[in-house]
Design a protein around this ligand. Structure first.
Ligand SMILES: [Zn+2]
Length: 394
């Protein structure tokens, strides 16, 4: 199989990065990043490389040549490792034919650049804040552990660019974009794949702002246990430990020695997050944390997100009242497959394995101690102490 050649043309300014994907000089797709603040030379590079990852991993069915940007060894290694994770996931689901999809990368090489000495602040943490339940819960836990928090927002489709960072892509040729898209490869093989916003730029935020602030911090993200995986096999590859490790390795080589990503709620599931929020704010307030996918004001009640929130709340309500038989009925009567509802095989497996003997309090039982201590950064201990969670029995 001979694959089409896609040129990725990199266009940068101090506050924006655009990747144009071209086939025979025709624009197929365009990826864009905007920041309100100037990026330093190094954070500009990191952002470009994270965007290259995004563009390549989303359009795997082609070979790529990168123009207007030369890659250093560490950057090329990062891109190849990330492609490798994706190929591993595909191999597991589609078998060995997947080797046809491994893209060739053509790029010019760059000698290493001189790195500045970066100032790191460790009592402060950057938090990607969306107002959703996960970031609210992270904020709460970070405050309890004494961190100063710097909230910032990413927007994916906000045309007005009203927040710190803005990323989006434009499709110029629907048919060709589909031909190259990784999503289409999965669909054609009848394998489910969850790829929404699968990128690393969001994790880089404290570094991208470092030129403006004069220092950088670690990054906290509200990713819960049900979205994470130990290797690259998560539904969103960017939210796997393996993929985060690739990014951290790259940033360290680029001179951000202390950079790390911590995941305060990685030891608990979506159910556990709601449990904490209902402890703090009362059960009736849980509705406020539903960031409906359709409506910005009143939740629509019918999108998958709204259905998921309702499902979680129903289960939580029965957990709190101790009515476990009702909980089983809720799970049995749920119309939408649970893995689809949560975008998570972990939750699906867990709910499917419930039986009348081992159900006690699902929000407490869904607690997995120290899923990976270097990412959890001790937050499972705080959760255990403050909210009475117990380690899940294997
Ligand atoms: Zn909705």
């Amino acid at each position: 199989m001979r694959k089409d050649e896609i040129v990725i043309d990199v266009i940068t300014s101090q506050q924006s990065i655009t990747l144009n994907l071209l086939r025979e000089q025709k624009l197929i797709k365009q990826y864009m990043f905007k920041s309100k603040y100037n990026l330093s030379q190094i954070s500009n590079r990191l952002c470009i490389v994270a965007m290259l990852r995004w563009a390549i991993c989303e359009n795997l069915n082609a070979n790529f040549s990168i123009t207007n940007f030369s890659l250093m060894n560490a950057e090329a290694t990062y891109l190849k490792s990330e492609i490798g994770l994706l190929i591993d996931v595909m191999r597991e689901k589609m078998g060995n034919t997947v080797k046809d999809y491994i893209p060739m990368l053509d790029y010019s090489k760059k000698e290493s650049i001189s790195l500045e000495n970066r100032r790191f602040i460790d009592n402060t943490i950057a938090l990607g804040f969306s107002n959703g339940k996960d970031s609210v819960c992270c904020q709460l836990l970070l405050k309890k552990s004494g961190y100063k928090i710097e909230n910032f927002q990413f927007d994916f489709d906000d045309a007005d660019f009203s927040h710190d960072f803005h990323t989006k892509y434009n499709v110029n040729d629907e048919m060709l974009a589909k031909k190259y898209s990784t999503q289409a490869i999965f669909l054609n093989n009848n394998v489910s794949y969850y790829q929404e916003e699968d990128m690393h730029i969001i994790y880089l935020a404290p570094i991208l702002l470092s030129a403006h602030k004069g220092y950088y911090t670690k990054m906290a993200c509200g990713v819960q246990w049900d979205m994470l995986s130990q290797n690259g096999k998560g539904i969103t590859i960017a939210e796997s430990f393996a993929s985060m490790k690739n990014l951290i390795d790259l940033t360290k080589l680029m001179g951000f020695q202390n950079f790390g990503i911590i995941l305060p709620i990685s030891a608990i599931s979506s159910f556990g997050v709601y449990r904490i929020l209902s402890d703090e704010y009362g059960f009736s307030k849980l509705e406020d944390f539903n960031s409906c996918w359709i409506s910005a004001e009143t939740p629509c009640g019918s999108c998958t997100k709204c259905i998921r929130v309702k499902f979680t709340q129903d289960i939580l309500k029965t957990c709190i009242s101790g009515n476990f038989y009702t909980m089983l009925n809720i799970i049995e009567q749920n119309q939408i497959p649970v893995d689809f509802l949560f975008g998570s095989q972990n939750i699906c497996k867990l709910l499917n394995n419930l039986n009348r003997e081992n159900i006690r309090d699902i929000s407490k039982d869904l607690y997995i101690k120290d899923i990976k201590p270097e990412y959890d950064a001790g937050f499972s201990k705080i959760i255990e102490k403050e909210y009475g969670f117990k380690e899940a029995k294997p």
